[in-house]
Ligand binder design. Sequence first.
Ligand SMILES: C[S@@+](CC[C@H](N)C(=O)[O-])C[C@H]1O[C@@H](n2cnc3c(N)ncnc32)[C@H](O)[C@@H]1O
Ligand SMILES: [Zn+2]
Length: 581
Amino acid sequence: MDPDDKNFVKEGRAEIFSPARVFYNPVQEFNRDLTIAVISEHVKDHYKLLRERQGKREQEQPGNDDGIADALCDPDKEGIKYKHGIRILEALAASGLRSVRFALEIPGIQQIVANDFSEDAVNFIQKNTVHNQVSDLVKPSMSDASMVMYQNRKIADRFDVIDLDPYGSASPFLDGAVQALKDGGLLCVTCTDMAVLAGNVPETCHSKYQAVSLHAKFCHEQALRILLRCIESHANRYSRYIIPLLSVSADFYIRIFVRVYTGQNQVKQSACKLSMVYHCVRCGNFTLQPLISKIQTSNGGYKFSPARGPVVLPECDICSSKQNVGGPVWNAELHDVDFVCRVLDRVEQNKDKFGTSDRLRGVLTMITEELPQVPFYYVNDELSKTLHCNALRMMDLRSALLHAGYEVSFSHCHKNSVKTTAPMDIIWDIYRCWVKKHPVNESWLRDDSPVKTILSKEPSFEAIFDEHPNANPASRKKGLLRWQHNPGKDWGPKAKATKSDNASLDKRRERGLEKAKERKRKAVKQDIDYKQFPCKRFKEGCCDLGDECRYSHSISVPQLNCSNSNHSNSNCKGSSCGEQS
Ligand SMILES: C[S@@+](CC[C@H](N)C(=O)[O-])C[C@H]1O[C@@H](n2cnc3c(N)ncnc32)[C@H](O)[C@@H]1O
Ligand SMILES: [Zn+2]
């Protein structure tokens, strides 16, 4: 292998040959680093369990006569085979980079099956395995991913860890995965079909995940909760259930880590972890409707019964607008915070090991700060946008909530998120107090607008905006890297690998850039100032271009020219709007 080759990739301790016709996405290094940290902690638990089961505590002796580490102490050497180590299946392995990194960077592995249905990919898995001297640990396999999992359903054949990292949705592979894991086995799942999970196509979301996704500001957390519920429902069919360890929304994908257990009693509780979601289309108010209630019985036991509903009136109790209904979603915890703290410790103690350690520290710290039992969040800029008022600083809103006796946290899913135990009307009370000091323009107070409905009510208390000692969380105080800044050229889910080579891919990329430049030149010629138009992606919470975005991220974009009261603001095209006065 020639290290100067353009197709030669170094990541972690691995050196991989990865031509364009085999999939490789450099932006997913964060995903792979995170997975290595999580599986390493899983190995610790695996050995703890083994020791408990066998009651043995031997001195560590990696590498006995047959070259296999045999002791049951926590393994500490990577790259060697452990007789009692874990078995991993990477069901969709592409170049094998992930599997090779597992072999080189996670101690305590017995075997990794690196599977792909593409012959090309498997040839590269083979080459890369030999080049990185991990042929003892990594076994290339060419098969359909589901088939491998169905063939390993027998208890003796099941895996300790299954990693699913597909193009788009992981849903076709979930049924096989929940059956091919050992009791307590770890399932790691990526989904990159965010448009589906985030509410753009609710009917497709239903066909893939059996849940309706809503077009809501909390869409990234919704994606996590839809996927978790979907895995749980697959598991339940086989008397199994899941315990989420870590659920992450990052860049253009979600990544979740859950343990799968067997137990009919726990499976019954699954019904209590489901909720439908009502969501107001105008003010963003949301309410969860559980499907099953667990009721205490007189003899100290409990029974299940259908939940009472509906929990909301047909119209939003805050702004009287219509509400959509979505779900069902997972309504229980997204993470096991103790486990996340262990992963965070591992990252902090091995900073040099992970190329993305700064971001890992930031995101994991934020996750440990999230309110664990509060599904979803509001987005602060969206609240001020709804009222067309001056922006209320995040620290001021957080302080006001804390002074009023409520808990508050960020969500790692969104920069300006507000997770809180306060009902939405309390948040509006805080905004009502704010607006008294910073009145909104009279023109927004039309009869049919949520602005008027919300502001016509007096606040039920006097909000205190003085900085509260807990308003600034540690992750923010320490200035940890919590968000990816200005994504680079490779950002985004990559298309399926093609037969073309890198050179032609580069040419296509160059042509794309040239076209974009041409469009910009034309715009300048026509003297179009895009900054007068609001950025749709920013509004949806997914524009990461910051100041570089050619559209406006300001909430005070003048759309006031439009006199048509039926004309929704989000559709207004500013100076090009046909319905203007
Ligand atoms: C997104 S790539 C995997 C990337 C890899 N996990 C990594 O971290 O670099 C998806 C891979 O899945 C393979 N694939 C897609 N459907 C499959 C199936 N049903 N069975 C096996 N492999 C499949 C494709 O050939 C492709 O190489
Ligand atoms: Zn409303």
